[in-house]
Design a protein around this ligand. Structure first.
Ligand SMILES: NC(=O)c1ccc[n+]([C@@H]2O[C@H](COP(=O)([O-])OP(=O)(O)OC[C@H]3O[C@@H](n4cnc5c(N)ncnc54)[C@H](OP(=O)(O)O)[C@@H]3O)[C@@H](O)[C@H]2O)c1
Length: 324
């Protein structure tokens, strides 16, 4: 049976999920792909950390060692930031590796360039996990709405913000108490800036813009604010529900985007989406209004998106034809 050789860049929350799903789904993957999937290398930053990986896997802090693995077919990337990630991915593409990424901050900025490079080298770059984790929004737009024109996208793209707003309102609690609770539950990071200031949702919206409209608005012109900008009292006493909404639409030739808290009433399509869930409403010219909802973060939901991308790539003739 042919072998698909995979390397992981990053073995944190997401990377560990990907590793575990690959290890525990071997039989299913063989049936789906007609090939054995082997994780052969993992790039990490801290060599002192204990890792739960098989002894024959190369675990290294040196990307050159990963690239030097003979016959490497695919890279699952879940590290932080865009430097040196982008240069790693460019080199892997040049070497003929398919790429599957979860790194939204990196992909929002460099996705278009990486996609062009992948095209030139006849490999795939997949990014379902960058937006709303396991919720299959990228594939829905890319493959199920090809004849449709997307007119507007509205989304709750940050589970931490939605959780905090929901709990503050329901339990009449201050922002600081609910943020602490979110951190204890693992929903918010130790440094919650990206979530509560709206940057995380912003990056995801830019990725959706590129996909739906073929370009992004000028980043400086996006109306961006996070949930920390609304006074506590206002959230608790409002007649409706505050939701942190990322919205993008094409008006004439212009793309208008905003990421900010919005007071919704029960007629709003995102009013009933509570807690850590993400949800996206697509307004299309033929199919009408489509809403898709589910867990937008976490180890397993994010790994799910990456492994589904992987299966999709290796079910195509292009990828399997090069396996030995
Ligand atoms: N967590 C989620 O639910 C989620 C959902 C969707 C997308 N994402 C995205 O996925 C990525 C990873 O998130 P995470 O939650 O898994 O983060 P994490 O738990 O902090 O793990 C990051 C991993 O990347 C490694 N790493 C970081 N910088 C590196 C570098 N320059 N070179 C080599 N290794 C490096 C770390 O190494 P050490 O282990 O040695 O520290 C760690 O294994 C982020 O870009 C995030 O935005 C996360």
């Amino acid at each position: 049976m042919p072998i698909i050789k995979a390397a992981l860049l990053g073995l944190g929350t997401v990377g560990e999920g990907v590793y575990e799903v690959i290890q525990t789904s071997q039989e299913q993957l063989k049936k789906l792909l007609g090939a054995e999937v082997k994780v052969v290398g993992i790039l990490i930053q801290d060599p002192e950390k204990q890792r739960q990986v098989a002894k024959d896997v190369l675990v290294t802090t040196d990307f050159e060692e990963i690239l030097a693995i003979p016959g490497l077919n695919v890279i699952f990337e879940s590290i932080i930031g865009d430097d040196p990630t982008v240069s790693y991915l460019k080199r892997a593409i040049e070497q003929g590796c398919h790429i599957i990424t979860a790194n939204k901050a990196m992909f929002a900025k460099h996705g278009a360039v990486l996609q062009q490079k992948a095209l030139e080298h006849d490999v795939e770059i997949a990014f379902e996990a960058t937006v709303a984790a396991g919720v299959p929004i990228i594939r829905t737009i890319k493959q199920q709405l090809q004849i449709n024109k997307i007119e507007r996208i509205q989304g709750l793209l940050n589970g931490t913000s939605n959780f905090i707003l929901t709990e503050m309102r329901k339990n009449q609690l201050p922002f600081s108490d609910v943020l602490k609770q979110a951190q204890e539950l693992g929903y918010a990071e130790a440094d919650p800036t990206n979530d509560v200031e709206g940057y995380d949702a912003f990056y995801k919206l830019m990725i959706l813009s590129q996909l739906a409209f073929g370009r992004q608005p000028n980043w400086d012109e996006v109306d961006l604010s996070g949930i920390a900008s609304i006074p506590n009292e206002q959230i608790r006493t409002a007649s409706g529900r505050y939701k942190h909404i990322a919205e993008i639409q094409k008006v004439g030739n212009e793309i208008k985007a905003s990421v900010k808290p919005v007071l919704t009433d029960e007629n709003h399509p995102l009013y009933n989406v509570e807690g850590v869930d993400n949800a996206i409403v697509l307004e299309t010219n033929l199919a009408g209004k489509i809403t898709i909802q589910g867990p937008g973060a976490g180890s397993k939901p994010t790994a799910s998106a990456m492994i589904e991308d992987f299966i999709h790539i290796f079910q195509s003739k292009k990828a399997t034809s090069v396996l030995v």
